[in-house]
Design a protein around this ligand. Structure first.
Ligand code: SAM
Ligand code: SF4
Length: 335
């Protein structure tokens, strides 16, 4: 049940912020080719928020009316003792927070599935770009498919709802669109397709891998009847139902679709940088404020951030010749 909030976070365009993506680490055990370079360097430990600081930031947002928190990274489950943070935030599920979720590459999920459920998590998003072991290794560069599939099965056994995220990559997994939809339908998983976004410098020219989701849709429609769904989450995803199976499919098309008018979210990096928009550089640094001024300084900073949340992003891959719209990678901002 939603309780009234005394001072909700409302930005200059009247949008109420109810959703935060909180990155718990910039580190990852994979090096997905579209996400980060092979020689990615990671942040020094002192720059990264402690688990207690992350929990304090989550509390500050919940106190101001945030109802959903998604933990992400980097790979959230490679952060040591991350489950303590999940438990700490999970305690707020009876006290303001309505949903705590996690986006993961699945590599550590087998170890953590039961503990996540016990802490109050009910849904996880698992990134899975291929069901072919060799391809999976090629895309993730350090990942192995088998532990991820084991992790997904463990999540299901633990009672977690699983949604699969698949980045559509021309020449890499375009022929797996229908097999992936079938694999997910058999297991009762929703599936969301993601277009590559020009975030951060990676080795490849992203225009070579850019597969518009209009093409993904065309492939799906060759087999299925897609019924548009009115569901909106305040983010870039648009949903359809597959008439034949009832499966929910999502499409995240930040480059071709304008979703900013209904944006309800902000992102916080593992260093405590609050980004009001995924596609803009404007930010508010929370870490030093928190370390010197405590929760009161943090609370005041949220108001300053709201006043500065921009109307929308500036992603147009063609116009930019595939140059990154912003220099930071998704693993830094928290996808
Ligand atoms: N490591 C976790 C994972 O892979 O799910 C969480 C963080 S990851 C940055 C979150 C999501 O962002 C993943 O689904 C990943 O595929 C997606 N992603 C990363 N870089 C991207 C890019 N340049 N364009 C589109 N999606 C991207
Ligand atoms: Fe790691 Fe996720 Fe980025 Fe892949 S997409 S490199 S799993 S953070």
């Amino acid at each position: 049940m939603t309780t009234p909030v005394e001072r909700p976070l409302i930005d200059g365009f009247g949008r109420r912020i109810s959703y935060v993506r909180l990155s718990v680490t910039d580190r990852c055990d994979f090096r997905c080719s579209y996400c980060m370079p092979l020689d990615q360097s990671f942040l020094p430990k002192r720059d990264v928020l402690t688990l207690e600081e992350l929990a304090t930031i989550a509390d500050a947002f919940i106190d101001r009316g945030v109802r959903r928190i998604r933990l992400t990274g980097g790979e959230p489950l490679v952060r040591r003792d991350v489950i303590d943070l999940v438990r700490a935030i999970g305690r707020r599920l009876a006290d303001g927070l309505e949903e705590l979720t996690l986006t993961t590459n699945g590599s550590q999920l087998a170890r953590f599935a039961d503990a996540l459920f016990a802490a109050g998590v009910r849904r996880v998003n698992v990134s899975l770009d291929s069901l072919d072991p060799d391809r999976f290794a090629r895309i993730t560069r350090r990942g192995r498919l088998a532990p991820v599939l084991e992790g997904i099965a463990a999540a299901q056994r633990a009672g977690l709802r699983v949604k699969i995220n698949m980045v559509a990559l021309k020449g890499l997994n375009a022929d797996e669109i229908l097999p992936m939809a079938a694999w997910c339908a058999e297991r009762g998983f929703d599936l969301t397709f993601i277009e590559t976004m020009p975030l951060g410098l990676v080795e490849e020219d992203r225009t070579d891998r850019y597969l518009p989701l209009t093409e993904v849709r065309r492939v799906l429609e060759s087999r299925f009847t897609l019924v548009p769904s009115p569901e909106r989450t305040g983010g870039p995803a648009r949903y359809v139902r597959v008439a034949e199976t009832g499966q929910k499919l999502g499409f995240i098309t930040p480059l071709t679709h304008n979703f900013c008018e209904s944006c309800n979210r902000v992102r916080v990096t593992a260093t405590g940088t609050l980004f009001m928009c995924l596609g803009q550089e404007d930010r508010v640094e929370l870490r030093d404020l928190l370390r010197t001024g405590g929760p009161a300084a943090l609370d005041a900073a949220l108001d300053r951030a709201m006043a500065r949340k921009p109307r929308g992003h500036d992603f147009v891959i063609e116009r930019r010749n595939a140059a990154p719209a912003v220099a930071r990678t998704m693993s830094v901002t928290g996808g």
